[in-house]
Design a protein around this ligand. Structure first.
Ligand SMILES: NC(=O)c1ccc[n+]([C@@H]2O[C@H](COP(=O)([O-])OP(=O)(O)OC[C@H]3O[C@@H](n4cnc5c(N)ncnc54)[C@H](OP(=O)(O)O)[C@@H]3O)[C@@H](O)[C@H]2O)c1
Length: 242
């Protein structure tokens, strides 16, 4: 009998996170559906249960350390292990305000969720992930976090000159690289995933791709076998330039 594999996805009550939960659930993973709003989390988990997926809502606000610690205890007590962590929760405070004018408050807010929150959740979940024979961490980044794309005025991303969001995702990429280096001689694999410009609440549904397409790259990196890459920046078309 195959033992259960557990996947925690932050910010999974909607958007790309929810679709990732759906796709991993269909592959047989037990879904630990992270949501900062308990009710929204429970409703989203119920939608998965209605599709015959084993899913449990976990209250988790990545900017609130107490909820992260409570989530670790809950996972330890109820499930005993964790195989996949998808660091999906993300925001874009300050939006398209020009770099010369965006407030430090908006930059800090964006970093609190996208970068510091990701680090806190990962550090807290690492002891559980290290107990897995094939622990996988997928960090949601963006092509907008690529310094190469940002510095090319002809690139399609050039119009999105978002200091807070873009730099937070560049920082996410550095987190991926440094963490993967630290764990290179272990079974753990840690990668950055760019889901592509996707129609979700994050961009007022102006994105061009569907969440189904977006989640595919996230899921691919979550289920890598032991020969898969670690420390990479991956999009739908393959590796992306830093
Ligand atoms: N959409 C795109 O074009 C695109 C492109 C590249 C990368 N990404 C990345 O993909 C990820 C998912 O984005 P999305 O497009 O699916 O956006 P979304 O629909 O706005 O979903 C974002 C999710 O993050 C949650 N969240 C925000 N702050 C949180 C916090 N402090 N703690 C826990 N959860 C929190 C939200 O919860 P609430 O419902 O409570 O707000 C929501 O569940 C993000 O990291 C984003 O940067 C998106």
């Amino acid at each position: 009998m195959q033992t259960k594999r557990y996947a925690l996805i932050t910010g999974a009550n909607k958007g790309i996170g929810f679709e990732t939960a759906l796709q991993l659930g269909r592959m047989g993973y037990v879904i630990l559906l992270g949501a900062r709003n308990e009710l929204k989390g429970e409703e989203a988990a119920q939608l998965l249960v209605n599709k015959n997926i084993e899913a449990h809502s976990i209250m988790l606000d990545v900017t609130r350390q107490a909820t992260i610690e409570a989530a670790v205890s809950q996972i330890k007590q109820k499930f005993g292990s964790l195989d996949v962590l998808i660091n999906n929760a993300g925001i874009s405070a300050g939006g398209a305000t020009p770099p010369s004018q965006i407030s430090l408050e908006d930059i800090r807010k964006t970093y609190d969720t996208n970068f510091f929150g990701m680090i806190s959740v990962t550090q807290a979940m690492l002891p559980l992930l290290q107990q897995s024979s094939a622990g996988r961490i997928v960090n949601l980044t963006s092509g907008l976090g690529s310094l190469a794309f940002n510095s090319d005025p002809t690139h399609e991303h050039a119009q999105f000159n978002l200091l807070a969001y873009n730099s937070s995702k560049a920082a996410v990429n550095m987190f991926t690289v440094t963490l993967a280096k630290e764990f290179r001689n272990t079974p753990l694999k840690i990668n950055s995933a760019d889901p592509g410009f996707t129609a979700t609440d994050l961009n007022g549904f102006t994105g061009l791709g569907t969440v189904k397409q977006a989640a595919a790259i996230v899921v691919k990196l979550a289920v890598l076998d032991e020969n898969g890459p670690s420390g990479g920046f991956h999009g739908h078309g393959g590796e992306l330039p830093w």
